[in-house]
Design a protein around this ligand. Structure first.
Ligand SMILES: Nc1ncnc2c1ncn2[C@@H]1O[C@H](COP(=O)(O)OP(=O)(O)OP(=O)(O)O)[C@@H](O)[C@H]1O
Ligand SMILES: [Mg+2]
Length: 276
């Protein structure tokens, strides 16, 4: 299985290695009659430097998938390798350390600590990473500068607009230099101008060579990525570049193995069709 995966994973971008390798993933909440099968068998490979969006209606299992990809939760069955390491069965302490090292999170509700300044919020992941106070301050200041918030560093979240709070959250996600930036409905609480700005940042990260996974139920948000994975009822039902996934030209692959490229010649890293 593993060998087969390696061969197939090369379809998107032959020069990069897989960062996320998910095989036969299932997640069931609860037991017996009250149980809910939120993810019902997903295979997904994301290569280094891809900008992927996962799009699905409410209740389809997007956040469940995000929690597993982000090592906030573990699957009921199936395997998940992050940056080459099997993280399907780690305990809470191991998961926390992997999260801090590999994942930068951006959530719909920002999840900033209200009593801390923007600067202290951005420093927080670096405290867990064990950096000295000086290093933390320098890196957090630089991350806030990058998202244009130098003049708001000492403000608390309640003194910032929604868009500014999300930019603080983005700086916090970036500051550890994570392998994957994982965003769950990052524009869900923002007006259209702030949404555009936030999505622009994700595009920037992608151009800088980072791997970005953007989870959303909105086609207008999903299409900013170079590859769109559609989910329905806990399964992947489509995978390809946005113009084809939304163009209805045959990327829906109900019943097929989602690891098989729906579009021949689609380069998922650049989002372009045809030979490089
Ligand atoms: N902790 C939980 N316990 C039990 N069921 C859950 C739990 N979390 C999610 N579910 C169920 O799993 C299914 C998938 O939920 P999930 O939150 O992943 O969907 P989603 O696609 O993120 O939806 P939304 O767009 O509304 O955020 C839903 O039916 C939900 O009710
Ligand atoms: Mg959700």
């Amino acid at each position: 299985m593993r060998k087969e995966l390696e061969v197939r994973s090369s379809y998107g971008s032959p020069n990069t290695s897989p960062v996320i390798e998910i095989v036969g993933l299932r997640k069931t909440y609860g037991e017996g009659e009250a149980s809910v099968e939120a993810i019902r068998g997903i295979d997904l490979i994301v290569n280094e430097g891809e900008f992927l969006s996962v799009m699905a209606p409410s209740g389809s299992g997007k956040s469940t998938l995000m929690h597993i990809i982000g090592c906030l939760d573990t699957p009921t069955s199936g395997s998940y390798r992050l940056a080459g390491r099997d993280v399907s069965h780690l305990d809470e302490a191991e998961l926390a350390s992997i999260r801090n090292k590999y994942i930068g999170f951006v959530f719909q509700q920002f999840h900033l600590l209200r009593h801390l300044t923007a600067l202290s919020n951005v420093e927080l992941p670096l405290v867990y990473a064990g950096l000295t106070p000086n290093e933390r301050r320098m890196r957090a200041t630089e991350a806030l500068r990058r998202v244009g918030l130098t003049d708001r560093m000492y403000h608390r979240p309640t003194q910032l607009s929604g868009g500014q709070q999300q930019r603080v959250a983005i700086a916090r996600a970036l500051v550890t230099d994570p392998t994957v930036i994982l965003a769950d409905e990052p524009t869900g609480n923002l007006d259209s101008a702030s949404s555009e700005e936030v999505l622009g940042w994700f595009g920037e990260f992608h151009r800088a060579g980072r791997t970005v996974v953007l989870i959303t139920h909105e086609p207008d948000v999903a299409k900013v990525a170079s590859r769109v994975v559609r989910m329905r009822d806990g399964l992947i039902v489509g995978d390809g570049p946005p113009e084809l996934v939304f163009g209805g030209t045959g990327t829906t692959i109900d019943g097929a193995n989602p690891l098989v490229p729906a579009i021949k010649g689609f380069d998922s890293a650049s989002g372009k069709l045809g030979p490089k």
